[in-house]
Every structure is written in structure tokens, then in C-alpha cells.
Design a protein around this ligand. Sequence first.
Ligand SMILES: [Cu+2]
Length: 507
Amino acid sequence: MKHLTKLLAATLAAGALLLSGCDRSADKADTVASADNQKDTGGSLKGDFGPPQGPEIKAILTSPPMVPPATGRKTPAKVIVELNVVEKEMEISEGVTYTFWTFGGTVPGSFIRIRQGDTVVFHLRNMPDSKMPHNIDLHGVTGPGGGAASSFTAPGHVSRFTFKALNAGLYVYHCATAPVGMHIANGMYGLILVEPPEGLPPVDKEYYVMQGDFYTAGKYREKGHQAFDMQKGIDENPTYVLFNGAEGSMTGDKALTAKTGENVRLFVGNGGPNLVSSFHVIGEIFDKVWFEGGTRYQENVQTTLIPSGGAAIMEFHMEVPGSYVLVDHSIFRAFNKGALAILKADGPENKEIYSGKEVDAMYIGERAQPNLAAVATAATAAKSGALTVDDQIKAGQALFAGTCSTCHQPNGEGLEGVFPPLAKSSYIAADPKKVIDVVLHGLSGPVTVNGKDYNSVMPPMTQLTDDEIANISTYVLNSWGNPGGRIDKAEVATRRKAAPTAAAAEH
Ligand SMILES: [Cu+2]
């Protein structure tokens, strides 16, 4: 024990020596990086610029993915922030609704932008039709609880507290009412940017993106209204991992946009409640990342970590037109839980930097097309008992594009010797209901389709729900010269039970 302590002390001393040695040489290295990037900001001590000056200012709040304009101020002001807590049902995925608890009616909540040294008078109003009390803890507040204790607000009440924003940075705010995990999991978080006194350098586009993990009683994409599942939350086993509170919140015609030649700045937060994000943009390199939302930046970064309850600012220059995919690079979250968004850059090709071809359908899948409305229509029709074959075919087509077409090709022709055709398939004609089994349980070993032999493996599509499989199967049966017919959800459920898949057997 004694030995160990001694050893530790010696190691520490050696480390300290090394460190101070390092420091001195860094002082001498008079590079742009050390002068500009390593300056002493003085922290909260230097963030008090005295009493507010000029008239009171009402903060402009924006809904995601928009960001309020720069404050443009050179002096500290008194800034009024009015934020409403709204509990409301919204779509979490096509045909799936969830009761979110929100700051400002959106997930994440309204973006707040102020300047270091500002005095903020915060009004938190909990709407009269709320069922729960709520409060707010802003990570940019210096003071116990970050405002939480002073802002506990019952339904139909308003509370007010004042703070001086001493530290510059990008900060998360969230509800901190018990059970805290549940309030955050229901969407109660957002970002507040405290600009440094000199402001941020101007860029062409600024966007607000925030990740969160969600826990529903039903499985991923199971249609209808879904309740919160506390046990899944405790187990840190999310059903959805999302950017801006909904699957597809920034894809298709809602994609973020930019032009080539522009500088884009992303303010990215992570509300959690549980997961750490490995935030990445497929096809871009971050020129700069203000990691952890702090004062210093790192350059030339591929993927940046954003902790739960943390944030980062990143900037990059758009060189090549096309679709860039924002993902959590813990990649099952992107392709199987929804953590995927698109930034679409328009402009002339730049063949010297990139030879061309749009990002693979494999990366964006069905999220590239804005046609998932068909899936929602089918879900609504199914609920009211008015689901037609046509609804099913349209929904199935959209889902086929994201699930089956990478192998069997969009026209169902397959790839010779590798993926058998679904078009005019002799396999399907022999027993149309077999489509359900193949999708549910996969297929391997030798098969002959339209006179050609295949001996490969199709994995079971365990991520699909019963009604998704019913719609895809109905689409396949009614396309490309196949025999037609209709598969309903109940039939899929029966066949699923008949031969449990590996995934189902786990329970
Ligand atoms: Cu709350």
C-alpha cells in the first residue's frame, strides 16, 4: 500500500515536470493556432460586463432546425425570454404518434440566443391543459440547479427567475422535474447559445439539430399511438434515436439546404436521456468543431462525441453538390432507430474534388423520397377499417424502396447469380403466401427462380412490423407480372407465431 502511494506520487511529480516542460515550449511556439485558439478566456470571472445597458430586449426564439439571428450587440442587455411548456401529441414516425412534453411546442425546444454578460429574465409558463408540473435547468446558468428550483411550475402557472450569463458557450437546457428521466425522454430539452462578447464569425447557414432517445411501448415503427415505456428507459434500450424529435424530421422535402461555396454551421445538442452521440456527417469533414460547446476548437474532424446533456458547434464548407447524411455513427441507431437527417447542397458539380454520383440509396433508403405519406395513409385507413388494396400497394412500394430494393433492385429484376428476381417470379407463383415467410424468416440454401439457380442467404427482416410486411408483400404480389392478391396484418401475425424467429425467441 505504502509502496503504491510512493510510486503514484513519483509518477505524478514526473508528469507535472513533463507538463510544465511542455507548457513552456508551447508558449514559445507563436503559431496562429496557439494565439487564436488557446487564449485565456478567463471563464465566468471575465464574463460580467456590469449592469445591463439600453432598452429591454425580447429574445427571438426559433423552432428547430432554425437558429435566431446573431445578437449583434457590443454591450450587455436585459433580455426577456418567454418560454411555454406544452404537452402535445405529435408524430414520432409515419403513422406513429406520441405524447411529447415540450419547451415551446417542439422537440427539441425553442433555440435561445443571448450574449455573454446579458441579464436574462426567464418566464416559464406551463400551459393550463398540461397534466404535469415542469421546470427548467439551463446549463448556462451559474447557480444551484441551473434555475430548476426557482422555476417549478404547476399547470396554468408562470414562474420567473433572473440570471446573468457569465460563461460563453453552447448549453443544453432541460426539465428537471421528477421523474427527470421521463421528462427528458418525453422531449423536454433544447439549446441556449451564449455568444462570446465579440460574437461568432459570420457564416452562410446556421442550423439547430438535437439528438434524443425515445422509449415506446411498441416496437420501432409500430403504428398507432405509443405510450412511454419506463422500463426500456431504465434499461437504456431506446426504440427510437432521433434528430429533432421525429423520424424524417429533416429528410425528403424537409431536408436542410445549402449551396456549394457556402459555410455551414451546425449547433448540435444531445438531450439524451441516456445515449452519447457519435455525431457524423457522411461525405463531409468538419473544418472546425467547438467540442463540448466550449471556447476552443479542433480542426479536421470526422466524428465528434456529444455527451448526453452536452453540445457541440461544427462548421464546414460545402464544395460538392448532393445529399450529405447526418447520423449517429453508432450506426444501428441511424438505420434501425431513425437517427438520420439530410443536408442537401445545390450547385454546380466540382469534378476535381469528387467525380460524381449521388449518395447511394443504401445510405438514405426510403428516407430520400418524400413519399412515406403513403405509409401514414395506410396506417390511418387500417385503423378506421377502410384499408384498400391500393393503400397497401402504395405503402408497400415506399417500404420496398428502403428495405428490399438494395438487393432485389427497384424494378424487381434482381442481380443475376446473386439476388433472384421478384419480377414474374416462378417461386412466388408456386405459392404466393411464401413471400411472408421469406420476409419474416429469411431464406438460404439452393433455390431455382425462373430457371436459374441461386444458393445464397437472405437475412430475416426482423425490423419490420406485421403491417409493414403485409403491405410490402401485397405490393410485390401486385407488381411486375406476379399473380396479385392481398396479404393482411393478421395473416402475418399468425405466420410469425407459427415459426418464431431468433429475435422473437429471446423473450
Ligand atoms: Cu417536465
